[in-house]
Design a protein around this ligand. Structure first.
Ligand SMILES: Cc1cc2nc3c(=O)[nH]c(=O)nc-3n(C[C@H](O)[C@H](O)[C@H](O)COP(=O)(O)OP(=O)(O)OC[C@H]3O[C@@H](n4cnc5c(N)ncnc54)[C@H](O)[C@@H]3O)c2cc1C
Length: 419
């Protein structure tokens, strides 16, 4: 049932040659290797039981695609070359994301959350010994990981409220706390756990008391309570109780008190990448929708001739253009080291909402087929809705936008939309 349409990626004027080259190379892999095999790859992701022969086919196709990605120099685009990555800069990676997300192909390019975020934290904050012990096995696929920050009893939207503690006892940290939504929790070999550390020499503000700890999942006291049921399905987003968990002080990531900053590092650029991913998926939903309107006859005419449906196409076009241009503008400001905090919050609110609207219309056009596992739309819809609360819920970002705007006006200036 999946449409055979290819992603139409042409060179963009006004960006570097390298960005265009990366986009073309990525699109070639998406169009030649991934989309023609998508039905098979999707079946394996949907949890549908597959015969051993089918599973072998899926493994073979995945291995072949990964090899092609490596040969094109695009493997692990988020990592520096010295760690086996493609060494892309921030803008190159942002522009690449919309293309690989079109086919929801991140894992085939070596970008697997939450491992990829943890890899970046380890690259930046890890000691040589931590890199050897945790980062390299993670990159080489010999280990899995999770990021354990959110707690059921405190608002995740205000990370300063976290209650999980790490208490120093000689050469060890002793961790106690209750977390949930630690993604990849069932497969992880270690978690990076956000803890409140009471270091008397550390800075006094509440953010300054947070430190991230590497906790191997087989450490006594790490109790994985359950994989939480999400959107009606079992998941590997785990609830975990840390009960007097002892780790060596060497497992501390960065200096004591830098945990909040490390989490921010993870989120800032990450929000641009997430938004470019959402745009790639909107683009796909749009292609699926428009293509369907050209062949589906309803009430004596093709859908494309009906004005309601033309409205869906026009509104979706505007949503994608607005979301994409806002995100690129934000990325360019960040790349130029300008203050992009208001733009980051704006895209974090606007893009998931636009994504949800576009996918919603595509589902409507496809009718019942739209909510089946035969198309990627249902998964996209759930993903879009989830994005409105993960990584900072809408309301928190709207408050930040308004604060930044108001402080400018209070200081006697207006907002410069040209800057
Ligand atoms: C699928 C999925 C995967 C996740 N993966 C991870 C992971 O790997 N690791 C991890 O640590 N966490 C993870 N999370 C957790 C996620 O980061 C949190 O859910 C998010 O930060 C929101 O926190 P909360 O759920 O505690 O909501 P709360 O903080 O309780 O917020 C609930 C609602 O309160 C409202 N609200 C909050 N603040 C304000 C305000 N100031 N003014 C007005 N209204 C407000 C908003 O409407 C908000 O949606 C994941 C979540 C999901 C759904």
């Amino acid at each position: 049932m999946l449409a055979p349409m290819q992603m139409n990626v042409q060179p963009i004027p006004n960006v570097s040659e390298r960005i265009n080259e990366i986009r073309q190379l990525t699109a070639q892999i998406v169009n030649r290797e991934i989309l023609p095999n998508e039905a098979m790859l999707w079946r394996s992701r949907s949890g549908e039981p597959l015969s051993p022969a089918d599973l072998d086919d899926v493994r073979e196709v995945r291995a072949h695609i990964k090899e092609t990605v490596k040969q094109a120099g695009l493997w692990a685009p988020h990592l520096p070359e010295e760690y086996g990555g493609a060494g892309l800069d921030f803008l190159e990676l942002a522009y690449m994301n919309e293309i690989l997300a079109y086919a929801m192909a991140n894992t085939l390019f070596g970008v697997v959350a939450p491992n990829s975020g943890n890899q970046k934290i380890l690259v930046k904050y890890g000691t040589d010994a931590q890199k050897e012990k945790w980062l390299m096995p993670l990159i080489e696929g010999r280990m899995e990981s999770g990021f354990s920050m959110t707690e059921p009893d405190q608002p995740g939207s205000d990370p300063r409220s976290l209650k999980t503690t790490a208490r120093r006892d000689g050469d060890e940290w002793v961790i106690n706390g209750h977390k949930w939504f630690t993604s990849n929790g069932l497969r992880a070999d270690f978690f990076i756990v956000m803890c409140r550390t009471d270091d008397p020499d550390g800075p006094a503000d509440r953010n300054g008391k947070m430190t991230q700890m590497i906790v191997p999942t087989d450490t006594p006291g790490v109790n994985i309570v359950r994989g939480i049921n999400v959107w009606g399905r079992n998941s590997d987003h785990c609830e975990i109780v840390y009960d007097d968990v002892r780790v060596p002080v060497d497992n501390q990531l960065g200096r004591t008190g830098t945990g909040h900053q490390a989490a921010q590092d993870r989120l800032g650029a990450g929000r641009v990448y997430h938004c470019m991913n959402s745009i790639g998926q909107m683009w796909r939903a749009f292609d699926l929708m428009v293509e369907r309107t050209m062949v589906r006859e309803v009430h004596g005419g093709l859908q494309e001739t009906k004005q309601f449906i033309q409205g869906f196409i026009a509104e979706s076009y505007m949503d994608i253009q607005a979301a994409r241009l806002m995100t690129i503008n934000c990325a360019e400001k960040m790349a130029a080291d300008m203050d992009a905090r208001t733009d980051i919050s704006s895209i974090k609110v606007f893009v998931p909402a636009a994504y949800e609207r576009v996918v919603d219309r595509a589902i409507q056009v496809w009718g019942a087929a739209g909510v089946t596992g035969d198309l990627p739309l249902a998964a996209m819809y759930q993903g879009a809705r989830t994005l409105r609360l993960a990584d900072g819920p809408d309301e928190v970002h709207k408050i930040l936008i308004a604060k930044n705007v108001l402080s400018r006006y209070h200081s006697g200036e207006g907002w410069d939309f040209g800057a």
